[in-house]
Each structure stands twice: as structure tokens, then as C-alpha cells.
Design a protein around this ligand. Structure first.
Ligand code: TRP
Length: 343
């Protein structure tokens, strides 16, 4: 990894961020923010691509997501936090990039395919939804990002971004933008408490803002091994949600390996492992909850963080847009463009 990279990631503000986000990406962002230039985008336009009927909810969740960032330790003095819908440069980049992808390629994006099935869109896929990987390419290139810390479901977006970057270089006859790479976390995807995919919409994930009671109830409800009826029985750790969380969050991993062996042999009850996990999650989330509450007491300064971050991000995106317009043989955009055109 070069010593200083430009990092961009984003989150859709469709609900509070949860432990899956933390293990998959947020922890990486907190760690990387001091060594690299990092921007985090609140992707509210992307959220609208499958939530146009719930626009007010998306709006409301923008601030929750910012509070989640501050709560986990994103430091706004080193990380730029920007709001996608307040960056018209990204919308224009998206329109230009749409000329560099085919509908067939969009339909092959495996993540979008899965999401379409999950949402039951069938033939009624919003066009904005099918094309959101292109808008995501605008997000990434609009920050001149070289590194994108994401979960593995986002790898197809990085691939499509790089295809767009190469296609743009091809039509311009010279390199225009840099390619980027994904930075995957070491933690495999965290399952939801019911064993299905963790999702904000399924309500099966533990929010970073969960109360102590919610944490307790969620751990108690976690799917384990349905065949493990008595503590003395041998149990399965594969697909066992409690062990997935212990592997992700227990600071003592050798102890987790021993617990897994014990559970497999038999003689270790669900209640015991759940108690251990509950203690770990309470300890992990208590300071996060406190920082969130402290930040929420001064919402004016939270909004100012987003306003200032967006303004900084727009300066970078405007420079990228100039470069991309030139690649398309369009004039550099400035307030005088129209006047010159008609003169
Ligand atoms: N698609 C991402 C998600 O669903 C969110 C996102 C939007 C994003 N823009 C981005 C991620 C840019 C990385 C880079 O989680």
C-alpha cells in the first residue's frame, strides 16, 4: 500500500448503522483515517433508488448515520463527511458515465441482481436502481479515491468503477482518472440474529445505537444450532450466529477457538456462550452509545460538520468533473460557459 492513499466509502442512510457495518468497514475507516486522506459519503441519492416512496425516512436517517460515524470514532477533523445529494458534480458525472456502460453489463452486476431478488422488483426495477453502480463510480472517482474499504458485496461496484475509468481513458486516448481497489475487512460477513443476511430492512441486526436491553434481547434471540437441544449434545458452530459474533468481536480469539471445540464435542450450553457474547457486546457498544449521545446534544455542530465536509468534497469533485467533461470534448464548466457559447 502506498504511504498515503485517498479513501472513499459511503453508506446508504436507510436506517441506523449496525454491527455488520462496524465489522465490515467502520472499524477499518477509524483505523485508516490518520494515515490517509479519507472521505465518507452519506449516499442519500443511492438510498432513494429503492426508497423513493420513503424519502422522508431517508432524510431523517442522514443525521443518524452522521451520529453513528462520530460515535464509532470517525474524527471529522481528519475525515471529510459529505452528503451526496448536496454534490451536483456527482450527478453530472453519473450522467456522463452512463454512456460508458451497457444495460447488459448493469444487469450482470451480481450484487444488484441479488438486491433485485431480495426486494422483489421483478420487472419493475427502478432505472435509478439498476444504474446505481454508475453513480457509485461517480462517488468514488469524484473523490479521486484509490482505496475503498467495503464489505465483499461491494467488490462488483469497484470492478464496474474501474471498467468506467478504463473506458473513459479509451475514448479520451489518454488516462483521465486513477483506478481504485477494494480494502476488504478480515471479518467475514456477519449474519443477522436470525441467521439470514443482516439487513437494516429485515430488522435482524444489532444497531450501533442499541440500548443495553436491546443488546441483551438480540443476543438471547440469536440463532444457534437447532439440533443442539441439551448442553451435553455436540453442537455446530457453522451457521451459528453467536459464534460468528464471537469470531468478529471477542478480543480473546484463542479462547473462542477453545469454546468452539468444546461446543462441537458437547458439554457447552448456548446460555453460557451467549452470556460471554453479551458481555463483549455491552462493553463494545457502551462507549459508542455514550459518544453518540454526547454528539446528539449539539446537533448544530453535527450539521456544520456535514456542511463543511460537503464543501471540501465539492472542490475535489468539481476538478474531476472538469477533467471528465474535457475527456468528452465538452468545455470546462464555469459560470461563463453559457455566455461564451451564445457569443
Ligand atoms: N453501495 C454502498 C452500500 O450499499 C454504499 C455506497 C454508496 C458506497 N457510495 C459508495 C460504498 C461509494 C463505497 C463507495 O453499502
Amino acid at each position: 500500500m502506498p504511504s498515503t492513499e485517498t479513501i472513499l466509502t459511503g453508506d446508504r442512510p436507510t436506517g441506523p448503522l449496525h454491527l455488520g457495518h462496524y465489522a465490515g468497514s467502520l472499524a477499518n475507516r477509524v483505523r485508516l483515517q490518520h494515515e490517509h486522506h479519507q472521505t465518507i459519503l452519506i449516499a442519500d441519492l443511492q438510498a432513494l433508488t429503492d426508497n423513493a416512496g420513503r424519502a422522508a425516512d431517508v432524510r431523517r436517517h442522514v443525521r443518524d448515520v452522521v451520529l453513528d460515524y462520530l460515535a464509532v470514532g470517525i474524527d471529522p477533523s481528519v475525515t471529510t463527511i459529505a452528503l451526496q445529494s448536496a454534490m451536483p458534480e456527482l450527478a453530472e458525472l453519473t450522467v456522463l458515465y452512463l454512456n460508458l456502460v451497457t444495460v447488459a453489463r448493469l444487469e450482470r452486476n451480481p450484487t444488484v441482481k441479488t438486491e433485485i431478488e431480495l426486494r422483489g422488483f421483478a420487472r419493475d426495477i427502478p432505472a435509478g436502481f439498476l444504474t446505481y453502480p454508475v453513480s457509485q463510480a461517480a462517488d468514488i472517482t469524484g473523490a479521486r479515491a484509490t482505496l475503498v474499504p467495503v464489505g465483499d458485496d461491494q467488490v462488483p461496484m469497484i470492478e464496474q468503477t474501474n471498467e468506467i475509468v478504463r473506458r473513459l481513458a479509451h475514448i479520451a486516448g489518454r488516462p483521465v482518472l486513477a483506478e481504485c481497489r477494494a480494502l476488504l475487512s478480515n471479518t467475514p460477513r456477519l449474519p443477522g440474529i436470525d441467521g439470514r443476511k443482516a439487513s437494516k430492512s429485515l430488522g435482524n441486526a444489532i444497531a450501533l445505537s442499541a440500548s443495553p436491553d436491546e443488546i441483551r434481547d438480540a443476543v438471547r434471540a440469536m440463532f444457534t444450532d437447532p439440533a443442539h437441544l441439551r448442553a451435553a449434545d455436540p453442537g455446530r458452530v457453522e451457521g451459528n450466529v453467536v459464534f460468528a459474533h464471537l469470531r468478529a468481536f471477542d478480543p480473546d480469539q484463542p479462547a473462542v477457538a477453545e469454546l468452539e471445540a468444546h461446543y462441537r464435542r458437547g458439554g457447552l450450553g448456548d446460555a453460557t456462550v451467549k452470556r460471554r457474547l453479551e458481555d463483549i457486546l455491552q462493553a463494545l457498544l457502551a462507549p459508542i452509545r455514550e459518544r453518540r449521545e454526547a454528539a446528539a446534544r449539539n446537533l448544530a455542530s453535527v450539521d456544520e460538520i456535514v456542511r463543511g465536509g460537503t464543501a471540501r468534497a465539492r472542490v475535489v469533485a468539481a476538478g474531476v468533473l472538469d477533467d471528465v467533461r474535457q475527456a468528452f470534448a465538452l468545455e470546462r464548466w464555469s459560470a461563463g460557459t453559457l455566455e461564451r457559447w451564445s457569443a
